[in-house]
Design a protein around this ligand. Sequence first.
Ligand code: FES
Length: 106
Amino acid sequence: MVTVTFITADGREQVAEIDEGISLMEGAVGNGIDGIEAECGGNCYCGTCRVYVEPDWQAVVGGQGEFETPVIETTGDENPNVRLSCQIAVTDKLDGLVVRLPENQT
Ligand code: FES
């Protein structure tokens, strides 16, 4: 199991235990994390699964994928740390990961 902390915009910490091999979005939804909507079910289409990767973790998590950037652009979210959580595969390297959540997933 991989432990990931999701911090809401108002500073509430939510800790999830996630199986390796699924996406960070699936792990968040499975753990009932508040603040991830994932309306498209992980198809890199809706942009409502956004997370902000803490600076210390960016090298491990990596940057946006080719199909991810245009979706993020449609949301108008200009946070430099933004990723779509459905496009982040959970591996043991992510154990201890901390991400923040946007105020609104629109
Ligand atoms: S769940 Fe829709 S873009 Fe990630």
